[in-house]
Design a protein around this ligand. Structure first.
Ligand code: ATP
Ligand code: MP5
Length: 273
């Protein structure tokens, strides 16, 4: 019996021992957005706000077992991927996503942590492009990730727009190019929807170094909202408001790139036009 079940969402990603990014940021976001969150752990990291000290991929068979456990019991309405470590892990995730029905997939193509540590081996990029992107309902690269995927420099707003079209050509339905890494005075993200509609989401760029896990938080909020029945467009707009509030209402944790505040905005308080 699946009717009237509480919205359930799963993140397929890496664990951040420091609690600000990865699986931990995703689960906190799911909680804040009133959905039941689950996790398929692809890799562990020993990490804090100062950086990633080391990482350890989970054996691929065990990643597959986690998919099987969840598929056997839960009615998952949306899922997201984050850190996928290497080609073998991308392949097992692709294979299992094709076997199970976890609803719309949000792909956050995590490659390098803010501190510079690689979270995806370079040889996995081709596999992500050819095998994972065609399964994605929404793709949310930041500018450096979009540059790697489209193999072009992204310096201007026009470059962001072009990259979104190039990524849609790779089989993704909806694309958000996040502008957190740009030098624009606004935090400006470009959105290209499946139906061809485009728009910019702009917000004040907050002067802070506490942006650890912003991308994870943004993409997991999109997954949560889609699981609750929001359209892709609404889900993306809510995620933008959510991450803005989470950065703005700062918390004081750690000595480096601190995490965002996942409980900044109560679930019912986000209104979009
Ligand atoms: N300083 C800031 N002020 C306001 N919004 C920001 C700021 N930095 C990032 N954002 C917003 O946060 C969201 C995530 O963007 P960002 O480019 O930081 O993702 P990311 O690099 O993938 O994050 P991470 O790798 O830390 O998970 C976007 O909506 C972006 O506009
Ligand atoms: C397990 C994991 N997943 C994702 C990120 C990206 O977050 P950031 O770019 O803020 O370091 C991370 N640092 N760790």
């Amino acid at each position: 019996m699946t009717i009237n079940q509480t919205p359930q969402v799963v993140t397929i990603a890496g664990s951040d021992s420091g609690g600000g990014a990865g699986i931990q940021a995703d689960l906190k976001t799911f909680q804040a957005r009133d959905v039941f969150g689950m996790s398929i752990v692809v890799a562990l990291t020993a990490q804090n706000t100062l950086g990633v000290q080391s990482s350890l991929p989970i054996p691929c068979d065990f990643v597959a077992e986690q998919f099987d456990s969840l598929a056997a019991d839960f009615h998952i309405r949306a899922c997201k991927t984050g850190m996928l470590a290497d080609k073998e892990h991308v392949q097992v995730v692709v294979q299992k996503l094709k076997e199970v029905d976890f609803g719309p997939l949000i792909v956050d193509p995590v490659m390098i942590a803010k501190g510079g540590h690689s979270l995806l081996k370079r040889e996995a990029v081709d596999c992500i492009k050819k095998e994972l992107l065609p399964l994605a309902t929404v793709l949310t690269p930041n500018i450096p990730e979009a540059e790697v995927l489209v193999q072009q420099d992204i310096k201007t707003s026009e470059d962001m727009i072009q990259a979104a079209y190039d990524l849609q050509q790779m089989g993704v339905k909806n694309v958000v190019i996040k502008g957190g890494h740009s030098s624009d005075i606004l935090a400006k993200d470009f959105v290209l929807l499946e139906n061809g509609e485009t728009f910019w989401m702009s917000s004040k760029r907050i002067e802070t170094i506490k942006t650890h896990g912003t991308g994870d938080t943004f993409s997991s909020c999109i997954a949560a909202e889609i699981a609750k029945g929001k359209s892709v467009k609404e889900a993306i707009q809510i995620a933008k408001s959510f991450i803005q509030g989470a950065i703005e209402q700062e918390i004081f944790v750690g000595h480096g790139h601190g995490p965002t505040n996942h409980w900044a905005i109560p679930a019912q308080d986000i209104l979009i036009d």
